[in-house]
Design a protein around this ligand. Structure first.
Ligand SMILES: Cc1cc2nc3c(=O)[nH]c(=O)nc-3n(C[C@H](O)[C@H](O)[C@H](O)COP(=O)(O)OP(=O)(O)OC[C@H]3O[C@@H](n4cnc5c(N)ncnc54)[C@H](O)[C@@H]3O)c2cc1C
Length: 540
């Protein structure tokens, strides 16, 4: 029987990111994917700043930047009754290219649809010698053993069945994953918010056929309250028309796509349908993300509306959190609590994201108001004004979400040493950099093109700030005694020292602050044991 340290099920973006991050750490893993790796229909577009920071770490940020929507493509959000109808509201957002650099991250969010992004992740994962990707290979079942897991997989092409032994199995097999069911996972939330159809369209030079201006997002407000949307995919000819059918299951064959395109896009706009994908919008989070040697990540544990573009990005956050913990456990320096901390840290993040994405789906106006939304009457003007006010008051934050994307924190994690400072109020839109333990360690430029973020990844990093920082020797000796990889980096720049607020900060391999203080800890071994998941967190 073949044996691997980590068996990953599913070659979507989350499974590929986990394989890539493990490969980047030199950890052997096997990924099995039931499909052949082709992607026919576009799903996620937004590769947010945090995911771009991971891409920067893996050396693929430029490729992602150059593969999706062109940098000068306008990214305003336009709400309208149709491209030939009334504009209702416009949320202005800078394009990726023309805007000034962002002070809080070295990587601006990008639009790079999964039809472009997943192949980049696949190339990255397969570039590591310790990673094997096997396509057309389906997980059929698995059992836990004293050594880990034994999985039964079927080669889809030959129909041959084989067993694979693994120390850890990570199910990244998406929304239809069989693994949560096999583990008896319970779901919190609403299993069906709505049934939807996505129509993948080719529309050459769409912007020449209407007066709303060229932009990536058009959200339509219609009498029926179904809120169709038209979203660009490649900044050129590819578009996705999203149609929401509420809680009625819809047969794609029964839908008159031509009538819908004529109504919302325009009667004389030339178009071609490439494909149609039915999908179900849910608002759910699994209660259990791990049972023994089996872990779940990505859509296999959280699913929500695509509003705000969080799904894939949250899944990549799961992969990055889990990867270094699996590597530490396999390398022998991770304590018992390290793998347990995966669910403790990631589940609250997913719950918050699911809540925000779901809240943004509330109806824009009562049905009686929407009944007039397309009318050229005073009631129509009034309805559009009220909907505009609601949009500007309630919908802006889901599209400008730096607080969620960069400000998430592993507050209360047992592998983070609290410094006693209170948690700041959590904002969706606004990110305020902080090095409070649990937070993503803030970005600052160390030199041209080199961010503090670039220091983190393969080991723990002890940052020492100022002219005469405390002697790190006892701390280094404690890490060495436990086999924990640790690098010490001195940063004399006073501005960066102010950002981190203490003379010392210990950063984890995933770039989150594990501990900070002005002085070396009295018991450095206790801090090292806490951050490697081998004991309860000491304070200070
Ligand atoms: C319309 C739409 C728009 C979206 N927009 C965004 C966005 O802008 N930003 C964002 O972040 N997210 C977005 N999302 C969500 C995003 O697409 C998903 O969150 C993301 O694809 C989840 O990745 P995953 O790897 O967890 O699962 P998936 O992408 O579903 O991949 C799972 C893989 O596992 C394989 N698999 C399943 N079972 C088995 C088995 N038994 N054996 C072997 N392989 C198996 C499947 O074939 C599949 O390839 C959107 C989703 C939709 C539907």
């Amino acid at each position: 029987m073949k044996q691997v340290p980590v068996l990953i099920i599913g070659g979507g973006p989350v499974g590929l990111a986990l394989a890539a991050d493990l490969g980047w750490r030199g950890i052997e893993c096997l990924l099995v994917e039931q499909g052949d790796g082709s992607i026919f229909h576009p799903r996620a577009n937004t590769v947010n700043s945090r995911t771009m920071e991971f891409c920067r770490r893996w050396g693929i940020a430029d490729r992602v930047r150059n593969s999706g929507t062109p940098p000068d493509f306008p990214l305003d959000i336009v709400y309208a009754t149709g491209l030939q109808g009334y504009e209702i509201a416009r949320i202005n957002r800078p394009s990726y290219g023309g805007a000034k650099p962002i002070a809080t991250t070295p990587e601006r969010s990008q639009r790079c649809n999964q039809i472009f992004f997943d192949p980049i992740m696949r190339d990255l994962a397969s570039s590591f010698p310790s990673v094997t990707l096997r396509y057309q290979c389906r997980l059929e079942s698995f059992t836990e053993t004293s050594e880990g897991v034994v999985a039964t997989v079927r080669d889809v092409a030959s129909d041959r069945v084989e067993t694979i032994g693994a120390k850890y199995l990570v199910a990244c097999c998406g929304g239809h994953s069989p693994v949560p069911r096999a583990l008896g996972v319970q779901w919190e939330g609403t299993s069906v918010l709505s049934y939807n159809l996505n129509v993948f369209l080719r529309i050459p030079e769409l912007w020449k056929h209407h007066g709303m201006g060229k932009t990536a997002f058009y959200f339509f407000v219609d009498r029926e309250g179904r809120s169709p949307s038209l979203i660009e995919i490649d900044g050129n000819v590819l578009w996705r028309l999203g149609l929401n059918y509420g809680t009625e299951r819809v047969d794609p064959k029964s839908v008159d796509i031509d009538a819908l395109v004529k109504r919302f896009v325009g009667a004389s706009v030339p178009y071609e349908v490439i494909s149609v994908l039915p999908w179900t919008c849910r608002s759910i989070v699994a209660d259990c993300w791990r049972k023994g040697p089996v872990f779940l990540a990505g859509d296999a544990v959280h699913q929500h509306s695509p509003s705000g573009g969080f799904g894939m990005n949250t899944g990549l956050g799961d992969a990055v959190d889990l990867s270094w913990k699996l590597a530490a456990s396999l390398d022998g320096w991770g304590g018992e609590g390290l793998l347990a901390s995966y669910q403790i840290e990631r589940r609250p993040i997913a719950r918050r994201i699911v809540r925000e994405a779901t809240e943004s789906l509330a109806p824009l106006a009562p049905a009686a108001k929407l009944a007039h939304i397309e009318d050229a009457t005073p009631e129509g003007d009034q309805a559009r004004q009220e909907v505009r006010d609601t949009i500007m008051r309630e919908r802006t934050q889901v599209f400008i979400s730096d607080g969620l994307v960069l400000g998430y924190t592993y507050d209360g994690s047992p592998i983070v040493c609290s410094d006693g400072t209170p948690l700041r109020p959590q904002s969706v839109s606004k990110y305020e950099p902080t090095a409070r333990p649990g937070s993503r360690a803030p970005h600052a430029w160390l030199a041209e093109g080199q961010s503090t973020i670039d220091l983190f990844g393969k080991s723990f990093v002890l940052l020492r700030f100022g002219d005469a920082p405390p002697d790190p020797e006892l701390f280094v000796a404690a890490a060495r005694a436990r086999g924990v990889p640790l690098q010490v980096v001195d940063i004399p720049n006073p501005e960066i020292a102010r950002l981190y607020e203490r003379r010392l900060a210990l950063i984890r391999p995933d770039g989150h602050v594990a501990w900070r203080n002005d002085e070396m800890p009295a018991a450095p071994l206790a801090v090292i044991d806490t951050v490697r998941g081998a004991s309860e967190a000491p304070s200070g």
